[in-house]
Design a protein around this ligand. Structure first.
Ligand code: ADP
Length: 496
């Protein structure tokens, strides 16, 4: 008998991946395909759902073949880019247009109109979200208003809406299951996160008919099985989870107050707030962390627009480094050679996110002296990611969240040990990186193991989490205060 394996799909913004895990959460095989970005107009971003589907089949088949075939796969879990919106015909299964991606701004005028009409407070109270075209509601509204015949077809019950988890589930089950999970539902702006159901008043505000919506289920549980023709066996689909929530689970942040911080292109900080949906007074989002056995666990979420993009800018635009990893060597060498000379880099390329929320701010490099060089600017770029995390944690504190016992980090930038040490020093909080830094897809696999009964409780996920690197805060307080003041002064310089 072969040992059980778990298949996890990570359908992200820039790629589609499949990872096969063993029952202990160790990766056995990985396959990945890049995803084409479609930019039909300024501020618009689309993905072709058929390309996503074809890529999903290809990467899944690749890891199934590499690990001994489809017999013995105990479960399949899906984690996905959140909010991205698809609309398809229930009879043919064909999308009516490309999916509108979370970054797409075309719903902004609809959001502005709702804000002007005074609906922001009520929407935030129900959904935990700040009115923005980032979420699914205005993307769906735009589709219904702009695709010829769509609204009439929706009113007749002929159309199905879904975020990418739902679209893949529909296709994987051969059109038999139209469902999502609570984490994905909580990002649509149509879902009441307190009552745990779609909300009629929100449907009316966004002019969306109820008939298009999927059923909302627990994050781990029965979502049907894959159509046998796809992979040669009917694999149980037992978890759907939004990507940031997947990372929270992959980081085993199950106690209230535990925090994970993902450093990829941007940075997403999520804190588990337990059974309490904490409202934010500092423009953070209240969201669903996971829903298991009908019990909802909530999270507060804050995001930094520019994290890895700072390194990309240093490499591709400024040409100050040849590779991302070089940033670590430069910062380490400079620390060894340098006294106190400090440059400050505010990477407000696209404005500043939480908690500053200034879309008009633009980036700056300040404090240059005659001795400043490339290394100073690169080190300042790494530091900026840590200062921004400090600001997010300060906003969380103002919302009543105590400093966490540790910051569990993941994402591409978390490979940089210098960055993690500076992060610990500036935040005053120990920073921990796990052995499996692909926490998003690991979270989906763990939840699928829970959903199929291979794991019996979250404790098994907690026990499977392994630490690879830990940075303890060791910077003297006075030094930290000086650096933080330098950052605050620099931020004030770029605010418009
Ligand atoms: P995403 O999932 O958002 O595409 P990843 O989690 O793959 O991003 O992280 C990629 C980002 O991490 C890139 O912006 C890259 O510049 C940055 N990065 C990768 N390695 C390092 C490193 N050693 N030091 C600093 N940044 C790094």
């Amino acid at each position: 008998m072969t040992a059980p394996r778990i298949l996890a799909i990570d359908q992200g913004t820039t790629s589609t991946r499949a990872v096969m895990f063993d029952a202990q959460g160790s990766p056995l095989a990985i396959s990945q395909l890049a995803l084409r970005q479609v930019y039909p107009a300024d501020g618009w971003v689309e993905h072709d759902p058929e390309e996503i589907w074809a890529a999903t089949l290809t990467v899944c088949r690749a890891v199934i073949d590499k690990t001994g075939g489809s017999v013995g796969i105990a479960a399949l879990g899906i984690t996905n880019q959140r909010e991205t919106t698809a609309l398809w015909n229930r009879r043919t299964g064909l999308p009516l247009m490309n999916a509108i991606v979370w970054q797409d701004r075309r719903g902004a005028p609809l959001c502005a109109a709702l804000r002007d009409a005074g609906h922001a407070g009520a929407i935030q109270n129900k959904t935990g979200l700040l009115i923005d075209s980032y979420f699914s509601a205005t993307k769906l509204q735009w589709m219904l208003d702009n695709i010829a015949g769509a609204r009439a077809a929706a009113d007749k019950g002929e159309l199905a809406f879904g975020t990418i988890d739902t679209f893949l589930l529909w296709r994987l089950t051969g059109g038999r299951v139209h469902a999502t999970d609570a984490t994905n539902a909580s990002r649509t702006m149509l879902y009441d996160i307190h009552a745990g159901r779609w909300d009629d008043a929100l449907f009316a505000l966004f002019n969306v008919p109820k008939s298009v919506l999927p059923e909302v289920r627990d994050t781990a549980g029965d979502f049907g099985t894959t159509a046998p023709a796809l992979f040669g066996a009917a694999i149980p689909i037992t978890a759907l989870v939004g990507d940031q929530q997947g990372a929270l689970v992959g980081q085993a942040c199950f106690e209230p107050g535990m925090v994970k911080s993902t450093y990829g292109t941007g940075c997403f900080v999520l804190v588990n707030t337990g059974a309490r949906p904490l409202p934010s007074r500092n423009r953070l989002l209240t969201t669903i962390a996971y829903q298991l056995n009908g019990q909802t666990t909530y999270a507060l979420e804050g995001s930094i627009f520019n994290a890895g993009t700072v390194i990309q800018w240093l490499r591709d635009n400024a040409k100050m480094i040849g590779s991302a990893a070089e940033s670590e060597q430069l910062a380490m060498a400079l620390d060894a050679a340098d006294g106190t000379g400090r440059v400050c880099f505010v990477p407000a390329f696209t404005g500043l996110g939480a908690p500053h929320w200034n879309p008009d701010a633009r980036g700056a490099i300040l404090g240059l002296t005659r001795d400043s060089g490339i290394a100073h600017i690169v080190r300042a770029g790494l530091e900026s990611v840590c200062y921004q995390t400090y600001d997010l944690l300060a906003a969380l504190r103002q919302d009543g969240i105590a400093p966490p016992p540790a910051l569990r980090v993941d994402g591409g930038m978390s490979a940089n040990n210098w960055l993690l040490q500076f992060l610990a020093d500036i935040t005053g909080i120990p920073v921990e990186r796990p052995v499996v830094s692909e926490t998003t897809v690991l979270g989906a696999a763990f939840l699928a193991a829970l959903g199929c009964g291979l794991f019996s409780s979250l404790d098994e996920i907690k026990n499977a989490w392994r630490m690879d690197f830990r940075a303890e805060p060791c910077m003297p307080t006075a030094r930290r205060e000086t650096l933080l003041k330098g950052w605050r002064d620099a931020v004030n310089c770029v605010m418009r």
